[in-house]
Structure formats: structure tokens, C-alpha cells
Write a protein that binds this ligand. Structure first.
Ligand code: PLP
Length: 390
């Protein structure tokens, strides 16, 4: 075998596989409604695009510092202060090409072989993949429908052990849309007092895509700032998935290793993208507000429609742009349902099981598509429902 053993331990995001299957069907002339991939269907706001074009013309086309441009790190520090009421030094911010590299580099920087990492399941598949890749032990914590798609703090208490190195939290959550309340975060922070060596990666990439209430970061709670790494980025908030721009906000002793990993891999994040990132944070937020309002309308349409489909029940999530209907009453497995909806209904979605074993019995729809297309998808699913309805 030519490949190193560790490569066989890597998983992947199935959204990209399903997208490829759906594109193939489209190339064969089939009509497909795309509810699989997790990216806003909106254009990046004009002011951000203009800022990038100007930055290219002004020569922001060279290498920059591995940890990010100082001007952007300043803008991120003040954004975090505005939104989380936390003060950081700009050197605690490490800019990266997306939020995904934050999880990849952080797990490499913190976790030794044999350490345990607790992570949400169903959850973003890359957590488990990278935990396995570094030879650590993935310890899934169930995200429970009956807890409004949140983790149960009493489960966490059972899973924490002297070997636990890292706890991954994600709120608002992919794939379920659950949002951790301040009260729950306080319970988690309280419990972690008994485990002072456990670090937390708080994936807050959907923090601005919230429909009611206010986003809370565990980093802002008593004793947590020095043990929490905030993962955030531009992909979802500003519809900038293809730009590749994200960042980690780290305790002081962790940031230099993250910068070293950047230096050893991609060197730096594209300079003109970073300049546009300053405009995104400091310029007008009207387009973001409009996008979130539109997502809320779509959420209401898809939740109402899914609840009318025999065998489906769907909670109304408070954040992100996903719904995670329970399909257990249909008697069809998640994978078979996702395949049936794609190949027979022309609706691309993801099997809940592709987000971990606890996702079996569910499917995920991303409602980053127009109300018109969501309605077409709902009609198509309804037409197929005779196949499972008794
Ligand atoms: N975290 C979660 C929970 C996500 O769903 C995603 C993308 O889907 C990311 C992080 C990474 O986003 P990006 O690398 O595009 O910034």
C-alpha cells in the first residue's frame, strides 16, 4: 500500500458528494432542487465585492503575515468585543482560509494520540474525521431532538473523563439548527470547573444566523476565556463560502502554534480577501439582515410543509439554515430516503446518518434556496409519500 495509514482514517463531508451526484443528474437533463449544500444562495454584498476589487488594484496580491493582516485582526477583535463583550489582543486572532482549517489546525495543535475529544453527533462530519486522523478517540455526545436539538448536560457529565482533552460545541448547530441557551452554557461551564484541563472549541460560524434571542459564547462565561477557542468566519454570515475566510480567537499560549501550522501549510490567507473582510465587518450590515430575514421566511415555509408530509415531523430551529426532520415513522432509512428523494423526486438532501450514527432516522435539508424552489421540493416529496405512508 502506498498511502500512509492515517489517510484511511479521514472522513469527508457528504454534502459535496451529493452535490456531485445531483449535478450529474442535471447534466442528464433532470430537474433538481438543491437543498443539500450548506451555503447561502445570496451574492456576497456589493460593498465587500467592491472592496476586494479595489484591493487587487491596489496591490494586495502578495504574501501577508501567516497569522493574518494586522488591520483585519484589529477589525475582528472589535467585532468580537461588540458581539461577545470580550477583549482580546490582536495576536490572539489567527486568520485562516475558512472556518474548517481552524478545526483542522486546532485539533492538530492540541490533541495527542489517545486523548479523548467530545463532539456533537449528529454534527459537522469534519470534527470526527480530524479527531480520528490525529489518532485520538472520538467521543460523540448526542444532540437530542427532545432537547430542542441540544446536548444534554447530564450526558456530558458521563462522558467527561481524565483523558478528555477537548470539547467541541457548535451553536447555532449544523445539521439540526439547535441553539445553546445562556443557561445551558452556564451549566456546561460550571461542569467544566471540575475538569480544568479540558479545552473547548466553540464553533460559532452560524452566530449571526439566529432568528430569536441573542448569540452567547461560552468564552464569555466565568473562567472560560482562557480555555476556549472561538471558531468563526465569513462563509455563512456574508455569503462568502468561495472566498475562504475564517478565523480562530485563541488563548494567548495557543495562537503561536496555530500561526506555525498556517506557516507550514498555506503560508497565509489571500491578502485581498482579508482586506474585503475588513469592509464586511466594519461596513453596512443591511444585506446580512435582509438575508437572515429571508432565511426566517423560508424556515417557516419548509417547516410547515414538512410537517404536512405523512411520516415526517419537523421542529422549528432557531438558528443556521437547516431543518432536520424526523422520518422514523416512514420506516425508511435515512440513506434510502435521501436517495429516493434525489433519484425519484429530484430533491437533493442529506441523510441524517452522514452527520453521525445519532442522525439515523432524520434527513437534513438546507433551506438556502428560494421559497419557490422549496415549495417545488415539498410538492415533490408529498407526491412520493405514498411509497412509505401506510
Ligand atoms: N463549522 C460548521 C458547523 C459548518 O457547518 C461549516 C461549513 O459548513 C464550517 C464550520 C466551515 O465553514 P467554512 O470553512 O466555509 O468557513
Amino acid at each position: 500500500m502506498r498511502l500512509a495509514n492515517r489517510v484511511s482514517r479521514l472522513g469527508q463531508e457528504t454534502a459535496f458528494e451529493v452535490l456531485a451526484k445531483a449535478k450529474k443528474l442535471e447534466a442528464e437533463g433532470k430537474k433538481i432542487v438543491h437543498l443539500e449544500i450548506g451555503e447561502p444562495d445570496f451574492d456576497t454584498p456589493r460593498n465587500i465585492r467592491e472592496a476586494a476589487k479595489k484591493a487587487i488594484d491596489k496591490g494586495w496580491t502578495h504574501y501577508g503575515p501567516s497569522g493574518g493582516l494586522p488591520q483585519l485582526k484589529e477589525a475582528i477583535v472589535s467585532y468580537i468585543e461588540r458581539t461577545r463583550h470580550l477583549k482580546y489582543d490582536p495576536d490572539q486572532v489567527v486568520v485562516m482560509p475558512g472556518g474548517k482549517p481552524v478545526m483542522y489546525f486546532l485539533i492538530h495543535a492540541l490533541v495527542n494520540e489517545g486523548d479523548e475529544v467530545i463532539y456533537p453527533n449528529p454534527g459537522f462530519p469534519i470534527y470526527e474525521s480530524v479527531i480520528n486522523f490525529v489518532g485520538a478517540k472520538p467521543v460523540p455526545i448526542q444532540i437530542k431532538e427532545e432537547k430542542e436539538f441540544n446536548l444534554d448536560v447530564s450526558d456530558l457529565e458521563k462522558l467527561l473523563s481524565p483523558k478528555t482533552k477537548l470539547l467541541i460545541l457548535n451553536s447555532p448547530q449544523n445539521p439540526c439548527g439547535g441553539v445553546l441557551s445562556l443557561k445551558e452554557l452556564e451549566k456546561i461551564a460550571d461542569l467544566l470547573k471540575k475538569y480544568p484541563d479540558v479545552m473547548v472549541m466553540s464553533d460559532e460560524i452560524y452566530s449571526e444566523i439566529l432568528y430569536e434571542g441573542k448569540h452567547h459564547s461560552i468564552a464569555a462565561l466565568d473562567g472560560m476565556k482562557d480555555r476556549t477557542i472561538i471558531l468563526d468566519g465569513y462563509s455563512k454570515t456574508f455569503a462568502m463560502t468561495g472566498w475562504r475566510l475564517g478565523y480562530a480567537v485563541c488563548p494567548k499560549d495557543i495562537a503561536p502554534s496555530m500561526v506555525k501550522l498556517m506557516n507550514n501549510s498555506v503560508s497565509c490567507t489571500a491578502s485581498f480577501t482579508q482586506i474585503a473582510g475588513i469592509e464586511a465587518l466594519n461596513g453596512p450590515w443591511d444585506d446580512v439582515k435582509k438575508m437572515v430575514a429571508e432565511f426566517k421566511t423560508r424556515r417557516d415555509v419548509i417547516v410547515e410543509g414538512l410537517n404536512k408530509i405523512p411520516g415526517f415531523t419537523c421542529r422549528k430551529p432557531n438558528g443556521a439554515f437547516y431543518v432536520f426532520p424526523n422520518i422514523k415513522k416512514t420506516g425508511v432509512s435515512s440513506k434510502d430516503m435521501a436517495d429516493m428523494l434525489l433519484y425519484e423526486g429530484g430533491v437533493a438532501c442529506l441523510s441524517g446518518a452522514s452527520f453521525g450514527a445519532f442522525g439515523e432516522g432524520y434527513i437534513r435539508f438546507s433551506y438556502a434556496n428560494s421559497v419557490e424552489n422549496i415549495k417545488i421540493a415539498l410538492d415533490s416529496i408529498k407526491k412520493l409519500s405514498h411509497k412509505w405512508a401506510k
